[in-house]
Design a protein around this ligand. Structure first.
Ligand SMILES: *Cc1c(COP(=O)(O)O)cnc(C)c1O
Length: 403
């Protein structure tokens, strides 16, 4: 059996054809594929507007800029996420502040966020960046109520969650990133995520003014829109009205994303089936699973188990060609953030979670046979391998051969 990664893109003949067609078209960037992808993505998510950008990190940075995040302000996020969720705050000269997670979901704990806000002077925090971690939707309705109480904005980091949803108190089903509760939501199209563009990102919103600001910021702050120009010297004329960036997504990537999007729903179906199979197989195992309530749709970017023998299990799976992964090393324990005063011990739930978590292979093209191989080795680990740990001589040799 070939090695099995924790995540992998799926590319079809149609994907390849649309990229080739785009290569042969008039536009490699700034062409019609950009708007086509944006429109289709906004429709899929159920948001009014979508802005395609170079990657998920650029989406976070532009979102923070569009919300006027300034030096000296603070923004709250979770330590159990990819570093970019916090870094976007630091790009603006502002300060990322971490609040601990809820150990039952591994999501940002709203009670910890509330404590943090209420223990600081009014106006200390500008916003909150909750993450739909692993694809488990955060309770955005509750976060919105808290944010409104304190006049804060919300950027939903939905990089793990296209296709995820939650039911609000009115019984309305809200897709992650649909813009009903968050000001802006961001997505990533890195190949391990649901939709692969190579690199790519998207920002969704229902706010027209923010949408227009994002368009401006994405291309150097330049506009040619006659309604916005301060002067007009002729058809060639444009103005750079604010300091923006080049965070555009080329037509080649948009074409690939557009083609991938046609399989997004099927991809979620497959992820749910894989999760269900893991759930059943591991129900009575010593591994801790995260359970999803009925009123939430998990998007299963990741399928995470927790175990006290995490290191041993990680090594055992690896020796057997199963490349499980750890999501995530808590961001506040990274040297950059440690240099800013964060220390181990400050966020005990996140740190405990990190000691135990392991992401199993989860991607739509994972075959039945591959998943059964993974499950078999999870069982073998407890019944055979663990009693022989550290590795038996034979396993040790296989480990060395694999390295
Ligand atoms: C992947 C990811 C990002 C960053 O996306 P890139 O496209 O890699 O820049 C941000 N936040 C989370 C939670 C992610 O998983």
């Amino acid at each position: 059996m070939k090695n099995i990664p924790y995540g992998r893109q799926h590319i079809t003949a149609e994907d390849i054809q649309i990229v080739v067609d785009t290569l042969q078209s008039d536009f490699l960037t700034q062409g019609p594929m950009v708007e086509a992808f944006e429109k289709a993505f906004a429709k899929y998510i159920g948001a009014e507007y979508a802005v395609a950008v170079s990657n998920g990190t650029a989406a976070l940075h532009l979102s923070a800029l569009a919300l006027d995040l300034k030096a000296g302000q603070k923004v709250i996020t979770t330590p159990i996420t990819f570093a970019a969720s916090a870094n976007c705050v630091e790009y603006c000269g502002a300060e990322a502040v971490f609040a601990d997670i809820d150990p039952t979901t591994a999501l940002l704990d709203i009670n910890k966020v509330r404590e943090l806000i209420e223990s600081h002077p009014k106006g200390t925090f500008a916003g909150i960046i909750p993450v739909d971690f692993a694809g488990f939707p955060v309770d955005l309705e509750a976060f919105r109520a808290l944010a409104d109480e304190h006049n804060l904005w919300i950027i939903e980091d939905a990089c793990h969650a296209p296709g995820g949803w939650f039911e609000d108190s009115k019984g309305v089903k809200n897709n992650c990133g649909n813009g009903t509760y968050a000001d802006l939501a961001v997505f990533s199209f890195h190949p391990v995520k649901h939709i692969a563009c190579g690199e790519g990102g998207m920002i969704t919103t229902n706010d027209r003014a923010l949408y227009e600001k994002l368009l401006l910021l994405r291309t150097h702050g330049i506009t040619k829109n006659p309604d916005l120009l301060q002067e007009n010297h002729g058809n060639w004329y444009y103005e750079m009205q604010t300091l923006g960036y080049n965070y555009r997504l080329p037509d080649l990537n948009c074409a690939l994303g557009l083609s991938q999007l046609t399989r997004a729903e099927a991809g979620i179906e497959k992820r749910l089936q894989i999760a269900e199979k893991y759930n059943q197989a591991l129900e009575n195992s010593p591994f801790q699973l995260i359970t999803v309530p009925e009123d939430k749709g998990h998007a299963y970017h990741l399928y995470i188990i927790q175990t006290d023998k995490r290191k041993e299990l990680y090594d055992y799976l690896r020796v057997n060609g199963i490349y499980a992964q750890i999501h995530y090393i808590p961001v506040h324990t990274m040297p950059y953030y440690k240099n800013k005063g964060w220390k181990k011990g400050m966020l005990p739930n996140a740190e405990k979670y990190y000691e135990k978590c392991l992401s199993l292979p989860m991607f739509p093209s994972l075959t039945n046979e591959e998943q059964e191989f993974v499950i078999e080795h999870l069982n073998l680990f407890y019944h055979e391998a663990l009693s022989n740990y550290p590795h038996s001589e034979e396993r040790r040799i296989r480990t060395l051969a694999a390295v």
